[in-house]
Ligand binder design. Structure first.
Ligand SMILES: Nc1ncnc2c1ncn2[C@@H]1O[C@H](COP(=O)(O)OP(=O)(O)O)[C@@H](O)[C@H]1O
Ligand SMILES: [Mg+2]
Length: 193
């Protein structure tokens, strides 16, 4: 069964309609990549799925339920932004722990999950570093860990590797795929590359 389905969705900014009658259906456990040139509406599609943008027409189904007007915070999807969007004043540990803290996760469980996640993305020992003290690739791993630690059923990735050099891009692509399969997460990955 499809985990998410966009049925004839129209969405955009004010009068500027970007998605028009857009349909897509994504099976649970798959990683689906949307490839398109700059400005074609990839980010807008992810924002629409995440709930940052109101759907003007059509329907968004999540796990068979009508989620078209469910607010962002009730969707609980993971989102990895192109620009990482880490909290600059928080260290690596605190960045990854942020969502769990907000969910009032038990302290011991929080600690276990954050450390486990940092190990999985290869950042063990980096707990106390600030984002400004890390490379682009390391920051991107923190962003990935921050999203994955919440065990989202759906992960949205917006050109997560575009700021990395070619070699690291290939490595991280494999890494993302491995984590997605290991954790059984459904993912939508947009890229122009
Ligand atoms: N906040 C916004 N307000 C108005 N128009 C926007 C906004 N963000 C994006 N757009 C327009 O929507 C179109 C699609 O943008 P976007 O989804 O960001 O493309 P992509 O991610 O594929 O590069 C572009 O024409 C862009 O100018
Ligand atoms: Mg974009």
């Amino acid at each position: 069964m499809a985990l998410i389905e966009l049925k004839n969705v129209s969405a955009g900014y004010g009068k500027n309609i970007i998605l028009r009658d857009f349909c897509i259906s994504i099976e649970e456990g798959k990683l689906v990549s949307l490839l398109g040139s700059s400005g074609c509406g990839k980010t807008t599609t992810l924002r629409t799925i995440a709930g940052f943008i109101d759907v003007k027409a059509g329907q968004f189904l999540y796990d068979g339920k009508d989620y078209t007007h469910v607010p962002i915070h009730k969707r609980g999807f993971g989102y990895v932004f192109q620009s990482y969007a880490l909290f600059p004043h928080l260290n690596v540990y605190e960045n990854v722990a942020f969502g769990l803290k907000r969910q009032k996760t038990d302290k011991k469980e929080l600690d276990t999950r954050v450390l486990d996640m940092l190990e999985r993305v290869g950042l063990k020992g980096f707990e106390k570093r600030l984002p400004a003290e890390m490379s682009g690739g390391q920051r991107q791993r923190v962003a990935l860990a921050r999203a994955l630690v919440l065990k989202p059923r759906l992960l949205l990735l917006d050109e997560p590797l575009s700021n990395l050099d070619a070699k690291l891009r290939v490595e991280m692509r494999v890494e993302i795929r491995r984590l997605q399969q290991e954790m059984g997460i459904t993912a939508v990955y947009v890229t122009h590359d």
